[in-house]
Design a protein around this ligand. Sequence first.
Ligand SMILES: *Cc1c(COP(=O)(O)O)cnc(C)c1O
Length: 411
Amino acid sequence: MSELSTHGEAGLSRGAVALQRYEHSVMGTFGTPLRVLTHGAGSYVWDADGNRYLDLLGGIAVNALGHAHPAWVDAVSKQAATLAHVSNFFATPTQIELAEKLLDLACAPAGSRVFFTNSGAEAAEAAFKMARKTGKRRIIALENSFHGRTMGALALTGKPTIREPFAPLPAGVEFVPRDDIDALVAAATAGDLAAIVLEPIQGEAGVRPLSHAYLELARELATRHQALLVFDEVQTGVGRTGAWFAHQLHGVQPDAMMLAKGLGGGFPIGALVAFGERAGSLLGKGEHGSTFGGNPLATAAALATITTIENAGILDNVKSVGEQLRAGLGAIPGVAEVRGEGLLLGVGLATPVSARVAAAAIDAGFIVNAPGPDTIRLAPALTLTSDEAQTFIAWLATYAAAQPFDSVAAS
Ligand SMILES: *Cc1c(COP(=O)(O)O)cnc(C)c1O
């Protein structure tokens, strides 16, 4: 049982055979995979049966440079051939350079520091531990938020269905409704406040941006109560919104920022960026760690991702192609609204038909996903071209004309 291609049993495609093997060997946490993908180039991926797809999900906001970008491949290959891993008993040039680069891009003040992780959930864990180290106990998070699947990250996550089977979770977290100013003021004023944790744009909730006023209020309340303002920019960070970090669109600086997803351009890496002397020194020697965190291979991948975004003017592309998608998709009958910023877009449909639209999209060669019953999410490569965007706009317009979104009956 080696190559997928050696399995050509009568009547079953290569993809179907591979899916059978998957179901008998990989735990069922993700349900049945949509396709078996074998390779990619730029914004396109191919499945085991040779079909091509325009990847508008980008591995859920991960493949910032698309697939197999030459600069990323070159940096990762060279680093693999030079020094892949050392323990955190040692420092490496790429780790130092990446930490400095992140602090620089985040305009972080003196005393700011970075902790490297392998995932977004681990960045949430680091933030949680940092909040505990304030010596205070209460943490405010938002209803419908998503911060990851480990126990601490789950404790911060405001989705009862994914929390409840795993109770009891670490204590002290309270949830308030998004953008509800009175609820936030009341919760923040109740005392013993360690941290306020939020996503500037709630990704898994269906790409729902928080208002500017709400983010400013969160900053003000955290400062007033000497609590940490923690922004989860795992989905919104590293150029996704057209700014390096979504909070920069609002001029609201957090005390800590969680990163992952797009940071490594496809290589697993996360980070917690702590702003300023206080946050930067809350976790001291021996208080946190990770074997893989910030290893040379991962930090080289992240550096290649960031420098390519910087040098190739990709942030301008994010803004212009994002605007094109927003305008084009927003004009389609049955599209009620397009939410988000840059190339993190939630297409709000007039009726809850997103599952059938996402399924039709993949059959037509476009990868998107449906984070909610009436939302289609796009989080493509930041290098998506205008022509590529146009093919999806044209397809969705044609599909919407044939199978209208404003009539549930069509589903
Ligand atoms: C994906 C995501 C996480 C979790 O990241 P993992 O790498 O899957 O652990 C946390 N927060 C947000 C906002 C995310 O989108």
